[in-house]
Design a protein around this ligand. Structure first.
Ligand code: G4P
Length: 531
């Protein structure tokens, strides 16, 4: 009983946004509500500032902050909430994608003036692929932005999801007076307050009540009533099941920096968001209620101090109870391991824990045993699916400048790939190493670490590829023909899967046209089905 209660209480989610929309600010306000921090400004902004691109140590320092804030746990309204942080910088998008495999739902923050931005679309694509339930928070309503209905239309079109407003703004910018809570039928008036939690909700059960005119003025009331009628006419009533299936995204309006509309968001989140969900393995689906412990590693963070080569592996618990000092089975290595110091994260504080439940994330100190995607169990031989790789966007060949250091280079690059810093494609002849990333920053990180941590002597030279596509084929003969015709563009990923390195969109389209029996996958997610 106690065990199922512990599961039912947990809510594990991620906040995602295009940089600058207000993710950090919203996270901080949620922690304030949860009592995990006492004052605003306590959570460091883990954004990597643009000016830092040429200063590696600065990047790592800023990245380092994200270790402390990787998982933020707090209790609120009888819920145990775990926020999994995602890096805002687009060059670390791959990190974010992987973290999304460890959450059960997502809050997407949108800037009301900018609407849907490039990064928002990519992140939503990943959510849609995994059918992750999404709540949208439209932020910065204290500034003039796009008209609210226009924003909702834009969200539906650009993100390919149905939306349903659950709060509605009264005015915007200078005229912003507050939000009407459609879901709970209450009025929350705006009073800019950056550090305290305001809780002065006026309950109005009938929007035609004259009290509304007195409080917000006659014209704004007329406008609000009209808009609310329109909402009821245009949007279907909110259905939690639609949200849980990832078909409809409830929308909230507010101003994170002013702490406004955040409580409505958090209260409703606690009510409607999913408790920990099961996950598929290569042999079966595992539900959280399954008493046997299991979980998977979705993130590895290296120690910033080169003298200590240890790392922290972040493990999401899927089923059963995790206990300190108990032996668990590392499936890939077929090895039993125990963990004397598993860590949990409370806002900025880390502490050693004795037990953890499905939905929780524990930090495991690692000396090189873990790779992203590894599964731990109580002995069962199964692997969790679904830590996909996405086609990188920038490719460089890693060249060894000192043949005497090739062992160091080999070891270093393999370990960095295990951490998920980049993807590696091996080309024949000559075992050439093509490293692919989504951003330029990673190459600085890799180069620096290979030289300073592993003593390698290397350099990167640009390769003019546009996409790496994983290939599957129905017809082995056709695959053989393709490999022969395109041998200069064929490589294998770190797990030996066949990859086509396309130089242009045109060449990729030509390949698709000329070889209809082959499928070119933009993400490695296809392996989920084929396993
Ligand atoms: P991010 O993590 O999504 O990148 O965004 P972050 O929270 O850092 O917010 C980006 C900027 O937007 C910050 O200003 C922040 O104060 C501001 N902001 C967040 N919420 C609101 C809001 O509701 N209204 C308004 N007007 N601004 C908001 P900054 O100048 O970049 O940083 P700071 O010096 O204020 O910290």
């Amino acid at each position: 009983m106690k065990y199922t209660e512990a599961i039912e209480k947990r809510r594990t989610f991620g906040i995602i946004s295009h940089p600058d929309a207000g993710k950090t600010t919203l996270t901080e306000k949620l922690l304030l509500f949860g009592g995990a921090i006492q004052t605003a400004g306590a959570v460091k902004n883990n954004k990597i500032k643009k000016t830092a691109t040429s200063d590696f140590m600065e990047i790592e320092k800023q990245r380092g902050i994200s270790v402390a804030t990787s998982v933020m746990a707090f209790a609120y309204n009888n819920r145990q909430i775990n926020i999994l942080d995602t890096p805002g910088h687009k060059d670390f998008a791959e990190d974010t994608f992987r973290t999304l495999t460890a959450v059960d739902s997502v809050i997407l923050v949108i800037d009301c003036a900018n609407g849907v931005e490039e990064q928002t679309k990519k992140l939503m694509e990943v959510c849609r692929m995994r059918k992750t339930p999404v709540i949208i928070f439209i932020n910065k309503m204290d500034r003039d932005g796009k008209e609210s209905f226009e924003l909702l239309d834009e969200l539906e079109k650009a993100l390919d999801i149905k939306v349903r407003p659950l709060t509605w703004p009264i005015g915007m910018g200078d005229r912003f007076q507050g939000v009407y809570n459609i879901y709970q039928k209450g009025l929350n008036l705006f009073s800019a307050n950056k550090t305290k939690i305001a809780d002065d909700v006026v309950r109005i059960s009938d929007i035609y009540d004259n009290q509304l005119d007195e409080i917000i003025g006659i014209n704004p009331s007329l406008e609000l009533r009209e808009e609310l009628e329109m909402i009821e006419g245009v949007y279907n009533p909110f259905d939690r099941e639609d949200y849980l299936r990832g078909d409809v995204a409830p929308v909230f309006f507010g101003s994170a920096v002013n702490n406004f509309g955040v409580k409505e968001l958090l209260d409703t989140f606690c009510e409607i968001s999913p408790s920990p969900r099961g996950r598929d393995t290569d042999t079966k689906r595992v539900e959280p209620e399954d008493p046997k412990f299991s979980g998977f590693v979705f993130k590895i963070h290296a120690n910033l101090d080169p003298k200590h080569r240890d790392r922290i592996a972040f493990l999401r618990i899927v089923s059963g109870k995790f206990e300190r000092n108990k032996f668990y089975h590392h499936v890939r290595l077929s090895k039993d391991m125990k963990f004397p110091n598993p860590t949990s994260f409370m806002a900025q504080d880390k502490s050693v824990i004795d037990e953890a439940f499905p939905g929780d994330v524990v930090g495991l100190y690692d000396t090189g045993n873990f790779k992203i995607g590894d599964t731990m169990t109580e002995g069962e031989k199964m692997m969790y699916k679904g830590i996909p790789s996405f086609s990188p966007e920038i490719f460089m060949e890693l060249e060894n400048l000192d043949p005497l250091k090739s062992k160091q280079l080999e070891k270093g690059i393999r370990q960095l790939i295990d951490e998920g810093v980049a993807q590696l494609f091996i080309q024949q002849p000559g075992n050439r190493k093509i490293v692919g990333t989504v951003g330029q920053l990673q190459f600085e990180v890799i180069n620096y670490r290979l030289i300073h941590e592993y003593g390698a002597n290397c350099r990167f030279s640009p390769r003019n590829y546009f996409k790496a596509c994983w290939i599957t084929a129905n017809d082995d003969e056709k695959l053989f023909q393709f490999k022969r015709a395109k041998s200069n563009y064929i490589a294998e990923d770190k797990d030996g899967n066949l990859v086509f390195l396309a130089e242009t969109t045109f060449l990729l389209q030509m390949a698709e046209k000329d070889y209809p029996d082959l499928t070119f996958h933009r993400t490695s997610d296809f392996m989920l089905e084929s396993k």
